[in-house]
Each structure stands twice: as structure tokens, then as C-alpha cells.
Design a binder for this molecule. Structure first.
Ligand code: PGA
Length: 248
């Protein structure tokens, strides 16, 4: 398995000034880190981040992409547009998109397909709600979400990244225990193995209140290949501590 992959998801946070200071602090502290790292910034800041990250070890990511190729889709951003800014990763199917923007499994699968066609690695988010976990449906939910992406993307599936983000853990301070995370990651790994001979290329990230205090224990699990980090990625020192934990 490749080096761990740590991805900051800034969500709808930032400003030109705040981004410049956050990125300069992170870049200054990154020397010697051996994990892979990226930040997914709001679309209006892609050009700024592209310029600041040029030539660095911190890759650029976006938070969403249109399921359509081009045309009359007001407000949407296409995969080709993201590629113009040297975007390497794009989150698709984040639970906030599924919940607040009604994104279905089929839409998420199309978004992953658009990203792949543009040479961008989709970070496909899956995860159960608290009600679904309590009802014993965790495995069924994440498998259904991933199955849609596998179905649409066929042999390209080895080129994606998966992020397991239990909805109840996002932004709540509640984290899945390392054992809970490992259990679901192993389920997802097995599903990928059944779909492709190259499942070992797919990094499976954990996300949901990952922070400097809990990252090392989560990352120590055999099937946790990295993290998708929201709130804690907005503080340079905390993000750097997590990159360090992932570089061991
Ligand atoms: P959080 O967000 O780390 O703030 O819980 C993670 C995510 O939603 O990607």
C-alpha cells in the first residue's frame, strides 16, 4: 500500500487572507513528511491555492464537481474546469452534499465518472447516519453507496479514493473508534477486491472528527489508509501534527 493520504476538507471556510496564511504555515511545516497530502478548497480559491501550492508536496483538491460535462447548468463547475487549475483530487458524495443538495448514489457515481474522465481522482464519500447505525444497517448502506460507483465506473474503480465518513461523526466531536472504523474499512476493501484485481491501489480514508489527538490510533488500523479532515484542517499546527502521525 502507498503512503498514507491526508486530505483537508475546508468546506465553506476561508478568505484570500486566511487561505494565504494557513497554506504558508502548513507548507513551512511540511518538510520531511512522507505521507501524501492535499487540501480541498472552495472553488473560488482554486487559482489562489494553485499558485501557492505550485511545486510543493501539498496537492490541490476541489470539494465537488458537476455530474454534467458542459453547458446550461448554472452555478455548476465541470471536471474540465477543475483540471484547468491542476486539481488532483475532488471530493464527491460528501454527506453534506447528499443531505442538503439531494445527491443520489447515481449522481455521485456520475460525478466520480466525470472526475476520472478528466484525470482527477475522485474521493468518494460513503457513510451511515446514526439511525442507520442503530438499526444495524451500516454495512448495507456503505456497500450500496460504493456499489453505485463501482457499477458506473467499471475497471476505473481502482483509480478512486474512498472515504468512510460516518455521518454521526462529522463535525460533532464524536469519532468512530479505531475498531469501528477498521470494521467498515475491511468491508469496503472486500467489496473493492471483488470488483477489481487492483483494489490494493485504492486508499480508504477515515473522516469524521479526526484530529491531532485521535489520528494516530485511527491510522494504526490496517485498512485505514489516511484521513479526510474537516475542522482540524483549518488549524495549521493541528493539520501538521496529523501529517506527522501519518508519516510514521
Ligand atoms: P470533520 O469533517 O473533520 O469536521 O468532522 C470531516 C468531513 O466532513 O470531511
Amino acid at each position: 500500500m502507498a503512503a498514507k493520504l491526508m486530505v483537508g476538507n475546508w468546506k465553506m471556510n476561508g478568505s484570500l487572507a486566511a487561505n494565504a496564511s494557513l497554506l504558508s504555515e502548513v507548507l513551512a511545516g511540511m518538510g520531511g513528511k512522507t505521507c501524501r497530502a492535499a487540501v480541498c478548497v472552495p472553488a473560488p480559491y482554486l487559482a489562489q491555492a494553485q499558485a501557492l501550492l505550485a511545486g510543493s508536496a501539498l496537492a490541490l483538491g476541489a470539494q465537488d464537481v458537476s455530474a454534467h460535462e458542459a453547458g446550461a447548468y448554472t452555478g455548476e463547475v465541470s471536471a474540465d474546469m477543475l483540471r484547468d487549475f491542476a486539481v488532483r483530487y475532488c471530493i464527491v458524495g460528501h454527506s453534506e452534499r447528499r443531505q442538503y443538495h439531494g445527491e443520489s448514489d447515481v449522481t455521485v457515481a456520475s460525478k466520480a465518472q466525470r472526475a476520472l474522465a478528466a484525470g482527477i481522482t475522485p474521493i468518494v464519500c460513503v457513510g451511515e447516519s446514526l439511525a442507520e447505525r442503530d438499526a444495524g444497517q451500516t454495512e448495507a448502506v456503505v456497500k450500496r453507496q460504493l456499489a453505485a460507483v463501482i457499477h458506473t465506473n467499471g475497471h476505473c474503480i481502482s483509480e478512486i479514493v474512498v472515504a468512510y465518513e460516518p455521518v454521526w461523526a462529522i463535525g460533532t466531536g464524536l469519532t468512530a473508534t479505531p475498531e469501528q472504523a477498521q470494521h467498515v474499512h475491511a468491508v469496503l476493501r472486500a467489496q473493492l477486491q471483488a470488483a477489481t484485481a487492483h483494489a490494493d491501489r485504492v486508499s480508504i480514508l477515515y473522516g469524521g472528527s479526526m484530529n491531532a489527538a485521535n489520528a494516530a490510533d485511527l491510522l494504526a488500523q490496517p485498512d485505514v489508509d489516511g484521513g479526510l479532515i474537516g475542522g482540524a484542517a483549518l488549524k495549521a499546527s493541528e493539520f501538521l501534527t496529523m501529517l506527522k502521525a501519518a508519516s510514521r
